[in-house]
Design a protein around this ligand. Sequence first.
Ligand SMILES: [Zn+2]
Length: 246
Amino acid sequence: MTKLADSSLEPTGADETVRIDLDGREVALRPRRNRRARHISLRIDPATGCAILVLPLSASLAEGLDFARSKSRWLRANLDSLPQRTPFADGARIPVMGVRHRIAHHPDFASFIWRDSSCATINVGGEGEGVAMRVTGWLIEQARREITTRARAKAARLGRPLGSITIRETRTRWGSCSGKYDLAFNWRLIMAPADVLDYVVSHEVAHLAVTSHSPRFWRVVEKLHPGNEAPRAWLRKRGDELWRYG
Ligand SMILES: [Zn+2]
C-alpha cells in the first residue's frame, strides 16, 4: 500500500473532538490512541486542519491535554501555517494531473461539465449551489478513467489478473491492494502530477505480483514506473497539498 500518513492511529473510543482554549483561541483536538507510541505527541491533520493528539496506552486524556497546552505556541504556529483551502467554486484554480485549471461557472448552461484543454478551463453549468459537488464528481470520474486504464495496462504487462478497482476518499492511504486482485485508490491523486499518479498505480499493481515491500517488489515497481524516487519524494513533501482542494 501507499501510506498517506500514520495509519496506525486509532480513535480513543468515541470519535470525539476536544476543544481547548489556548490564550483565548479555541483549538479543536482529536485524541487518538496509538499502542506503539512511547510518548504523547501532536500533529496536524492536513485534511481537516485539526490537531491530532497521539496518546500512548499509558497516558490519560488529561495528561494529553496538559501536554497540548504546554505546546500552545507550536500548535498556534502550525495551525496558522496551514495552506488556505481552495473550494471548488467559480474562479478557483485547481490542478488536474498536475496542470492548473480554472473553474468557470456558467449558470445559464445545463448542469454538466466540459473541459476546455486549450485554455485549461473546467466549465461547470447549472446552479451555483451544486458546483462543488459536480466538480468533485467530475474529478472522481477522471481519476477512475485514468487509474483504470493505467492499472489494466500494467497488470497485463505483468501477466497478472486484476479484480475490481475502487476509487474513493481514503484518509490514510493513496492506494491499497486488498484480497488477491482488488485495488483501491484515493481520487485526489488525479490532482497530483501524472508521474505521481502513475507511480502509485504501479506500486499497487506491483503488489499483485509481490505482497511485501521486498527488493523484488521494488524491482517490479521500477519495471512498471522507471525512476520512482521523485514521485515518492513528491508524495512525502507535497502530498498534503491535495487535501486543501474542495
Ligand atoms: Zn505497498
